[in-house]
Design a protein around this ligand. Structure first.
Ligand SMILES: Nc1ncnc2c1ncn2[C@@H]1O[C@H](COP(=O)(O)OP(=O)(O)OP(=O)(O)O)[C@@H](O)[C@H]1O
Ligand SMILES: [Mg+2]
Length: 401
């Protein structure tokens, strides 16, 4: 028999462990929840082991906690030690082991008093009872199940590292993502030194929250002011460049959007996008053709979000449209101007969420002009900023004439 209870009753708030690394605490919704399982996914070599060793060392050092375990199935003890030295965390009382035998791990942790357990990676773990090779769906699922069950029972924070497949899913199928409480993706472009930690699922906090880090030789360093970082290499007075005032999670983020429109040598002109949705670019181009009379059929269009960031907000539509027209007409936009607004199929510019927050960030970084949707309310205005309200894309033609 089960005993049913009321929704309303005495309940304990979640116990959260602050890591002291602000970006991590932000992404997890205010700290790590005891008894929860967190999956960290990311491309090979992006810095997952580095990040988790830093988290483990930070938590262990904070309270001189003897219950922080780092178990590597991929690297030998010496490799992890060398990394720890490079990150200057070798004095932290982390308990380190290199093994893939899940039975041993479970038996050992069962007897210990763990606060935090890191499994790097779940694909290397092996349970004898399951008749398949490590990394296979049934092994991954069975190992994760055992570990998560133990985390709930003993109330420790469990981190699982998961490799991302070519299709972008962690650990092959998505089963693992359903089993855990929180899924974090660690992203970044090769050749760029900053990394974004993004919450794509969180049972204990908001999703789409991001943490920004810079990969240095001494490890991952938090970035206090990401907008400044993403705009650092921007050159003023070039055509095809706009600054989009975006929001990632709860935080405003300014990024440069670059477009290059060039005469096409192909029978089917090229459309290439880095960091944004290519369907969305196709839509913006179609709207500009249908509503403003531009013709892109003889042009290749390249779009790039500078710095290797991936953005998914429709609020970037207007900034993309302006970058494209600016490049096509070879007319630069003022370098102290930010843009945001969503474009509808009939060419209307729609309001977006949190305009005031976007503008505040822009103003903080010295921008003085903003192109905003027409429905933008006066009460949201920021002092020291000039506004151009646009209701429809056909108004853009005036801008470039
Ligand atoms: N000596 C070093 N100096 C600077 N950066 C380094 C150094 N060694 C490694 N790195 C950086 O750390 C990255 C590898 O980090 P890490 O091993 O944490 O990644 P990972 O995501 O765990 O990789 P894997 O998928 O192989 O487990 C490298 O790509 C490099 O950018
Ligand atoms: Mg690793």
């Amino acid at each position: 028999m089960i005993e049913f209870v009321d929704l309303n009753g005495g309940s304990e708030p979640f116990e959260r462990i602050k890591t002291g690394i602000k970006e991590i605490d932000r992404v997890t919704g205010g700290g790590l929840v005891a008894g929860s399982a967190i999956l960290v996914g990311g491309d090979p070599g992006i810095g997952k082991s580095t990040l988790l060793l830093q988290i483990c060392a930070a938590v262990a050092k904070q309270n001189q906690d003897e219950g922080c375990f780092y178990i590597s199935g991929e690297e030998a003890i010496d490799q992890v030690r060398i990394r720890a030295k490079r990150l200057s965390v070798e004095k932290s009382p982390v308990k380190l082991a290199s093994t893939t035998e899940l039975k041993d791990i479970i038996a050992t942790i069962e007897k210990a008093k763990p606060t935090l357990v890191i499994i790097d990676s779940i694909q290397t773990m092996y349970l004898e009872d399951v008749e398949s090779t490590p990394g296979s769906v049934s092994q991954v699922r069975a190992c994760a199940y055992e570990l998560i069950k133990l985390a709930k029972k003993k109330g420790f924070v469990l981190f699982l590292v998961g490799h991302v497949t070519k299709q972008g899913a962690i650990a092959g199928p998505r089963v693992l993502e359903h089993m855990v409480d929180t899924v974090l993706y660690f992203e970044g472009e090769r050749g760029h030194h900053f990394r974004i930690l993004r919450a794509v699922k969180n049972r204990y906090g908001a999703t789409d929250e991001i943490g920004v880090f810079e990969m240095q030789d001494k490890g991952l360093v938090q970035v206090e002011n990401p907008s400044a970082l993403f705009l650092a290499e921007r050159q003023g007075n070039v055509s095809g460049s706009t600054v989009f005032a975006g929001i990632e999670g709860s935080r405003p983020l300014l990024v440069e959007i670059q477009a290059l429109v060039s005469q096409s040598g192909y029978s089917a002109p090229k459309r290439a996008v880095v960091g944004w949705d290519s369907n969305r670019l196709a839509m913006v181009l179609a709207v500009l053709e249908a509503r403003c009379g531009f013709n892109f059929s003889a042009y290749d269009v390249y779009l790039n979000i500078a710095g290797g960031l991936k953005i998914s907000e429709p609020a970037a539509d207007l900034a993309v449209a302006m970058a494209v027209i600016s490049s096509l007409s070879n007319k630069p936009l003022p370098s102290d101007m930010v843009v945001f607004g969503e474009i509808g199929l009939s060419g209307e510019i729609r309001a977006v969420t949190q305009p005031a927050l976007r503008l505040k960030e822009a103003s903080k970084l010295g921008f003085t002009n903003a192109i905003v949707p027409a429905s933008f309310g006066k009460e949201k205005k920021t002092e020291g900023m000039s506004y151009y309200e646009i209701g429809n894309v056909h108004r853009l033609i005036n801008w470039f004439n």
